[in-house]
Design a protein around this ligand. Sequence first.
Ligand code: NI
Length: 180
Amino acid sequence: MAQRPILFADNPILREKSRRVPRPTPEIQALIRDMWETMRAARGVGLAAVQIGVPLRVIVAEIPEDMDDPDAGTSLALINPELVKVSSEVEDGVEGCLSVPGWAGTVPRFVEVIVKAVDPKGKPVRLKARGYLARVLQHEIDHTEGVLFIDRATEVWPVEEGEEEQEEARAAGGKTQGVA
Ligand code: NI
């Protein structure tokens, strides 16, 4: 397992459409392990493979256990994730991105989504997500299409960088925090 460098928004690889994964090989499983390690070290709530320079349709998401959210503690690794159904209801929320450090923005997202994917063992999965988890999944699936949250944001602003501020904000605000 290894942490890998995260690409930043000016890197053209982040704008590529990721390729589908034909089947989860040991290499893909190793990639997923590196993604977990990289995401957790960066204190993110989600990561797409393209963010570490691998334009394949693989994402991970993890809602921290200490977050005040119904999905706190949920971890997902998904291969070839796609939105198959979305709610008509849309809500604004605040997002950040490990590839766009120092910035946050208000992004409208579908409140509820159904995602079809394959799990790391190759088993087809279909899951329904609401609220914050649905937001994180939409953010990561966007990465697989070469889309960044700043493309969808209605407003963006600079934020204080540094773990302390992140921790304070997470403790205070819960759902408005998290970079993916
Ligand atoms: Ni992101």
